[in-house]
Design a protein around this ligand. Structure first.
Ligand code: NDP
Length: 289
């Protein structure tokens, strides 16, 4: 087995999160996911990102078990879905996630979106953290105003905010706010989710040639230069490996400056302030029948 990919960032409570993880969104085929996870562990990945709504927590547990890796060597993240939010419901959802993942603790638990009950949900996460059932807590898809609202509660602050980020949508204002407030920036869709033409952009193609790297590797390195945690998803072992080979070179300040030309300010994912979507997705499935 190769060396584990252990480069990490310390959260404000001292917990270390590996800078690179494997995202498993849209991995719906159990055997495919299991094979991807086993390949990732073999390559050296020690960080995995799932969510209740992905419907694959059990598959991830199987992949990790079959890989033979021990629980303590893995950094495991999951997220509470919108219709599970609220104080009591979140605690139940957390236990169900633990059961599906076949573990008795999580390394990181996130509020998936700032759905209407996110403040009560945060209270539940703080308690789970204080009880030692999760090593770190954070949020996802939170805007500055959501983070400010949490600040007013005078509880702990999130350690991480996982948000859509790629060179076309760098989220500079939110990035700076998080830096000032000690919240680590974790990028979802770090490669643009396969929805962009980023890989063919001349700036990226030129840098790829200069460093003998692929466009994907240049993009992932761009995230790392910004101090972000990355969780690229792939079901292909060769790409999982490619995405891990980003720790042996760096981009200069000038090259980072050139990459700024790719910023279109347009997101591919949902708008975190789309209240109608947040309300709709907060209705529990049994209540819609
Ligand atoms: P990514 O930006 O990671 O892109 C994934 C796509 O890129 C897939 O189509 C994959 O294809 C392809 N790909 C991966 N590596 C390469 C490569 N080296 N060269 C070319 N193509 C490549 O998008 P995701 O949406 O998956 O984001 C990553 C993770 O972030 C998710 O898996 C999930 O864990 C998390 N996430 C969180 C969200 C949130 O709301 N908090 C929302 C969305 C994602 P293939 O698999 O066929 O190789």
């Amino acid at each position: 087995m190769v060396q584990p990919l252990t480069e990490s960032i310390a959260l404000y409570n001292g917990v270390e999160i590996p800078k690179l993880g494997l995202g498993v969104f849209l991995m719906k085929d159990e055997d495919e996911l299991v094979e991807a996870v086993k390949a990732a562990v073999e390559i050296g990945y020690r960080h995995f990102d799932t969510a209740k709504i992905y419907g694959n927590e059990e598959y991830l547990a199987r992949g990790l078990k079959e890989s033979g890796i021990s629980r303590e060597e893995i950094f495991l993240t999951s997220k509470v879905w919108n219709y599970d939010q609220g104080y009591e419901q979140t605690k139940l959802a957390f236990q169900e996630t633990l059961d599906r993942l076949d573990t008795d603790y999580l390394d990181l638990y996130l509020i998936h979106w700032a759905a209407p009950k996110y403040v009560e949900t945060w209270r539940a996460l703080v308690e789970l953290y204080e009880e030692g059932r999760v090593k770190a807590i954070g949020v996802s898809n939170f805007q500055i105003h959501h983070l400010e609202e949490l600040k007013k509660q005078e509880l702990m602050q999130p350690m991480i905010n996982q948000i859509e980020t790629h060179p076309e949508f760098p989220q500079n204002e939110l990035h700076e706010y998080m830096e000032e407030n000690g919240i680590i920036h974790e990028a979802w869709g770090p490669l643009g989710q396969g929805k962009t033409d980023l890989f063919n952009q001349p700036v990226i193609v030129e840098l790829a040639a200069k460093y003998s790297k692929s466009p994907a590797q240049i993009i992932l390195r761009w995230h790392l230069e910004r101090g972000e945690v990355i969780i690229p998803k792939s079901v292909h072992a060769n790409r999982i490996k490619e995405n891990s080979e980003v720790f042996d070179f760096s981009l200069t300040a000038e090259e980072m400056e050139q990459m700024k030309s790719l910023d279109t300010g347009v997101r591919y994912g949902s708008d975190p302030d789309d209240q109608e979507r947040l309300e709709q997705s907060s209705i529990r499935p049994e209540e819609t029948k």
